[in-house]
Design a protein around this ligand. Structure first.
Ligand SMILES: C[S@@+](CC[C@H](N)C(=O)[O-])C[C@H]1O[C@@H](n2cnc3c(N)ncnc32)[C@H](O)[C@@H]1O
Length: 279
């Protein structure tokens, strides 16, 4: 499609969106809150069905990992969704909350996401955080922190600072569930037609094995383009990071965590899941 036509189609999308949401609800009997188009666009989940069903799959994968690694009954857990965006995954934890009694919190750099979460899920303690630590939560508060596709966007130095911060807000023995892009993610990026991902063309699996982690900042960040709108609240460098699981096993264990599991493509066949226990 011509770029101008594409831009026009995108500009009218928010007008049609309530109709897509209503149709989805009618077809699937789904009653829980669904964020508006602009919030979903910022987390790469424009499609309503994908937002709900992809979120449910990722919720199930996280939940099963929590159940594998904690002896505590789930209702007793205090859980943080770090980089929660429009609550794609949080919605499924929160939907079970009344039955299970999880104590849920969420944070994100994007104030529009947090404003939405506060309206949609008032029982969740949702807070805006800055692009750099600390989080606005006290030390040792959480049993579990999960983060879907946040480390996939941070530069390596910021990843280390945020890993230390995850350790601070977790109680000793608490779990961090973090997703990364691994070799499969690299395969997709290196064949992507998206101009936003042009830096990845030609990056090979051998490059990743040699370097351990590879990061490229989004070129649009430094330019006056409408795509910058997607990065609400982001300060400093932001882009795409890809991790070799073998590197994660070595490097993240040096940062006060025991690496319990690395499951390649665990997140609906796409991102890798890293499960860490705070020492
Ligand atoms: C790809 S989206 C994923 C959103 C959500 N986790 C999901 O799975 O739908 C990445 C999210 O991380 C947030 N984010 C990026 N850097 C962050 C940081 N330093 N602290 C908190 N959130 C951050 C973005 O604002 C965005 O909502």
């Amino acid at each position: 499609m011509h770029p101008l036509l594409k831009r026009a189609a995108l500009a009218t999308e928010p007008l049609w969106d309530p109709l897509w949401i209503a149709l989805y609800r009618a077809r699937h009997g789904y009653r829980a809150p669904i964020p508006p188009f602009t919030n979903r666009d910022r987390i790469g989940a424009r499609n309503v069905g994908w937002f709900v069903e992809g979120g449910r799959l990722d919720y199930q994968t996280f939940r099963q990992a929590i159940e594998r690694h904690t002896a505590d009954p789930l209702p007793a857990l205090s859980v943080l969704d770090f980089g929660a965006g429009g609550g794609r995954i949080l919605a499924h934890f929160a939907g079970h909350e009344s039955a299970n009694g999880w104590r849920l919190a969420a944070s994100d750099v994007d104030p529009t996401a947090i404003a939405y979460l506060r309206r949609a899920w008032p029982q969740v303690d949702s807070r805006v955080n800055a692009s750099e630590p600390p989080l606005p939560f006290e030390a040792g508060r959480f049993d579990v922190l999960y983060a879907f596709s946040v480390w996939t966007h941070l530069p390596p130095e910021a990843q280390a600072r945020w890993l230390a911060e995850a350790g601070r807000v977790l109680r000793p023995g608490g779990l961090a569930l973090i997703t990364t892009l691994g070799f499969y993610g690299l395969e997709l990026l290196s064949h992507s037609a998206a101009p936003l991902e042009a830096e990845w063309w030609g990056v090979s699996a051998d490059d990743l094995r040699r370097q351990g982690v590879i990061y490229h900042e989004y070129a649009v960040l430094g330019q006056a383009l409408p795509e910058k709108e997607l990065f609400s609240g982001i300060q400093g460098s932001y882009g795409v990071s890809v991790h070799d699981p073998a590197y994660v096993r070595r490097a993240w264990a040096d940062q006060g965590f025991e690496v319990l599991e690395i499951i390649e493509r665990a997140m609906h066949g796409h991102q890798d899941l890293i499960v860490l226990r705070r020492g």
